[in-house]
Ligand binder design. Structure first.
Ligand SMILES: Cc1cc2nc3c(=O)[nH]c(=O)nc-3n(C[C@H](O)[C@H](O)[C@H](O)COP(=O)(O)OP(=O)(O)OC[C@H]3O[C@@H](n4cnc5c(N)ncnc54)[C@H](O)[C@@H]3O)c2cc1C
Length: 466
């Protein structure tokens, strides 16, 4: 029996790609979907933070299209930034004209110098951290004023605390011509790595993968308490013990290690060295006053708790009743920057911020026409701190003794699905964003599920060969 821990996207994908054969999914909650699930509240449909499918992978695109019977829409993704009362199109480095003076000129001067150094091939030492990368890419003024501030809010640490291995195409470095274009008033320029997105017309993001759960063997309310890797047994909080032949975990890796019976101190230390952010999602339901095509907004101001904001009806009209808006605000914390107030206090402060930013009317708030709720997600984003690779290496090496097969890229921040080839799977398999501790989007979780299932199925074929 393949026992799969977690009915999020990665766990569902493994089971579905195996046609659910010999699969049992243990899920602690009473619903599928994990971080990608959708919830309904008073006629609003909400995801856990803005979820949009922006994958370029044809296999996932076709699968999600088939799963919704084509009932999704595709739209260009335009995003904006709030900065000191200014609305700046994203990415800000190619929309400098929207920054106030004298910041604009100062950013442009530094940015030109950084670009000429690159163009002239003047060698700079490779950046030792994200802060150095930002300065080399954008010059000091822009780097220190915008992305560094956002890093402290979103990643909860100073950019010096982060490595650069996760960047990939995420941050666009402008060429000299793009810097000049960025200064032209009214220009709208390219540079965001997400250009278009897909979203189901109704039912929230979850509709893209609900079909994976049809006919799946899922035990809801099965909260894993401990795992014995020697006896190959799992104990649930209800007291029941189950055996597995192969264990496929999608649980957060630090939690998995803490559940493992007899994990040595060095291994526990490595698990404790893995950092992630936590997000408080503040949901605000109000009469709609913000009219905008932007799909989400980043908030750079460090005096505001709101870090990213989106309106659910901007992703699908059916997500909110007519004339109403479902605003979702993300507020991040971590052990490096613990939350400074109780969730209800944070939520009340966010509601006030939304008045200042133009999403909610003060009169509606005073008249009680605004409903404010909050939800907490203890695992939001894997943090790419300098200790991550070494800690992961310790954990994977330890798990090898219990049947984990290592992959050449298992310390990398992401997986290149075009080049990674088939996987080998043993008795312990890790799948998904928090189990592999990678920068995984939903498409990565689907593809990892497919990769694991192929390897499991080929093991079956091997074992039944005469
Ligand atoms: C704010 C935010 C915005 C995002 N936006 C996007 C986006 O726009 N597009 C995109 O593609 N991706 C997006 N993502 C990423 C996406 O949500 C994740 O990559 C994906 O949902 C991870 O799926 P998973 O199966 O790996 O993990 P999870 O979804 O975490 O699934 C793990 C499952 O394990 C269960 N579990 C945990 N502990 C136990 C236990 N002890 N016993 C039994 N079960 C347990 C959980 O309940 C859960 O169902 C976003 C993520 C966040 C946080």
């Amino acid at each position: 029996m393949n026992v799969i821990l977690g009915a999020g996207l990665a766990g569902l994908s493994v089971s579905w790609h195996l046609r659910h054969r010999d699969c049992l999914i243990l899920e602690r909650s009473d619903v599928i979907g994990g971080h990608a699930r959708s919830v309904v509240h008073n006629g609003f449909t909400l995801d856990h933070g803005p979820h949009v499918s922006f994958t370029r992978d044809d296999y996932v695109r076709n699968l999600f299209a088939t799963n919704t019977d084509g009932d999704f829409h595709e739209f260009p993704i335009s995003v904006a930034n709030f900065y000191c009362g200014h609305l700046v199109a994203h990415p800000a480095q190619v929309h400098l004209w929207q920054l106030p003076e004298p910041l604009r000129t100062s950013c442009a001067t530094d940015m030109r110098q950084a670009a000429s150094r690159r163009d002239a091939g003047l060698s700079e030492a490779p950046p030792a951290n994200y802060a150095e990368w930002l300065r080399q890419s954008f010059g000091a003024t822009f780097a220190d004023t915008l992305p560094a501030a956002y890093t402290r809010k979103y990643w909860t640490v100073d950019p010096t605390e982060l490595s650069t291995d996760w960047l990939g195409p995420r941050m666009h470095t402008p060429s000299p011509a793009e810097i000049e274009a960025a200064l032209v008033p009214g220009s709208l320029n390219q540079g965001y790595y997400i250009t278009s997105g897909r979203y189901p017309c109704a039912g929230g993001y979850q509709r893209f993968f609900e079909r994976f759960a049809e006919a799946a063997n899922i035990r809801f309310g099965a909260d894993v308490a401990s795992i014995n890797l020697l006896t190959k047994t799992i104990s649930l909080k209800c007291g029941e013990t189950l055996s597995y032949d192969r264990l496929i975990s999608t649980l957060p890796l630090p939690a998995f290690v803490r559940m493992a019976v007899g994990a040595p101190d060095a291994v526990i230390d490595a698990a404790n060295a893995l950092d992630c952010t936590e997000v408080l999602l503040v949901d605000v339901f109000a009469p709609k006053i913000m009219q905008s095509d932007y799909k989400w907004f980043y908030v750079y101001d460090e005096n505001l708790l709101s870090t990213r904001i989106h309106c659910v009806e901007g992703l699908a009209q059916a997500n909110a009743p007519a004339g109403m808006t479902g605003i979702q605000v993300e507020v991040y914390s971590s052990r490096h920057r613990p939350a400074t107030a109780a969730p209800e206090t944070v939520a009340a402060r966010v509601a006030q911020e939304l008045i200042g930013l133009g999403f909610v009317s003060a009169a509606d708030l005073t008249a009680g026409r605004v409903d404010i709720r909050w939800r907490s997600c203890p695992y939001a984003n894997v943090m790419f701190t300098h200790k991550r690779r070494e800690a992961l290496n310790t954990l994977w090496t330890w798990l090898e003794a219990y049947g984990l097969e290592r992959a050449p890229d298992d310390l990398a921040a992401s997986t290149d699905w075009q080049s990674c080839g088939p996987a080998a799977v043993g008795e312990i398999v890790m799948a998904g964003r928090f189990a592999q501790w990678k920068y995984f989007w939903t498409d990565d979780c689907v593809l990892r599920g497919k990769q694991v299932a192929r390897a499991v199925a080929s093991n079956w074929r091997e074992s039944t060969r005469p």
